[in-house]
Design a protein around this ligand. Structure first.
Ligand code: AMP
Ligand code: ZN
Length: 114
């Protein structure tokens, strides 16, 4: 059995606050929200990071983007906007080694990041 926490969430082996699921992806609320709306979208398949996207799985990124836009609209974020974040590797701030996109919204988000 995989020790990856997001694989466990994707396969229902540990509880999470799932807000969307289809055959390819799962979306769930972040356990430590950084904004009024903060959810994560992950592929069900274990892909360690965005570095592992290639010709064979690139279509997944388009699918994830459409899922993000649809959930964001459902949550009323489309008017004022939202931020999609992918952290890659140590310097990118990635702490969970299973590809995930943060979606943050519901307040003004400053830039640049620290
Ligand atoms: P990153 O630092 O980009 O790897 O982001 C990992 C994110 O996963 C953080 O925002 C964590 O709060 C979140 N996280 C870790 N464990 C869980 C969990 N069991 N359920 C929901 N979110 C989690
Ligand atoms: Zn995984």
């Amino acid at each position: 059995m995989s020790e990856c926490i997001f694989c466990k969430i994707a396969h229902g082996e540990i509880p999470s606050d799932i807000i969307y699921e289809d055959d390819k992806v799962v979306a769930f609320n972040d356990i430590e929200p950084q904004s009024p709306v903060h959810f994560l979208v992950i592929p069900k398949e274990h892909i360690p990071s965005i570095k592992n996207i290639d010709e064979d799985n690139a279509s997944l990124i388009g699918h994830i983007t459409m899922v993000i836009n649809s959930i964001a609209k459902e949550k009323g974020l489309d008017k004022d906007g939202y931020r999609i974040v992918n952290n890659c590797g140590e310097h990118g701030g990635q702490t969970v080694e299973h590809l995930h996109f943060h979606v943050l919204g519901g307040r003004y988000l400053s830039w640049p990041p620290g």
